[in-house]
Ligand binder design. Sequence first.
Ligand code: HEM
Length: 217
Amino acid sequence: MIVIKKVADTSGSMADPQAAAWKSIKPTALTLIPTPIGNQPTPYTKTAWKDRKIGAVSAAELRVAHDGQTIFVRLNWDDITENREIEDAEIFPDAAGVLWPISSEAAINTMGAEHQGVNAWQWKANEESGRSVSAFGTGSSEPNGDSIDAQAQRTAKGWAVVIARKLVAEGDAEHSVKLAEGNRTRLGVAIWEGSNGERAGYKAFTENWIDVEIATA
Ligand code: HEM
């Protein structure tokens, strides 16, 4: 269980991966595994990836905090290749995402299912802001209209990224995760390694949901 500490109103400054306030938040070490090829929805991509290694990034560090208004998810991981663009349809932008169940029954390894929605927030190295999608199973993700702030920094070894959203989001309850102080929920993490051609369903992810509590202090 990760207790998501409430920090003093930061006026959004924790959206910066280098903000001093991050020093007071304990990191959680994450192990990431390849997305299961059997759960990919497209036969063509399954064939294309049959003999390739999926999920080049196998470890990351997670920190989460909120200031009563906004929740900030900070990820850092090793990645010596800085991929910001699509090149020759072989290299894709590095990216990271956090997944939340909308329905408490939703499975992480299929991005949910019919009537069991999930909400993903994503940073992509070729985009200025983040994005938010809902999904009801692999192959079904669609933007849900929520605003996501995503900021990234190159570190000595790789990336540090903060993906942030208002606790109370604009989206409707079917497509957007509702977050509030005092609540417990769960989250998952995914990392796409652009130099390995990873995009969409091809990425590394945390195999199991991680329990979190949005603390009131
Ligand atoms: C737990 C972490 C996960 C997160 C944060 C996540 C996040 C996302 C996001 C943001 C997208 C849409 C944007 C894009 O295409 O880059 C997406 C698409 C996709 N994801 Fe996931 N995902 C996760 C796990 C999985 C797993 C385990 C699978 C299993 C194969 C999967 C399969 C797919 C597929 C096939 C797409 C592309 C088609 C579509 O748009 O639905 N995801 N994911």
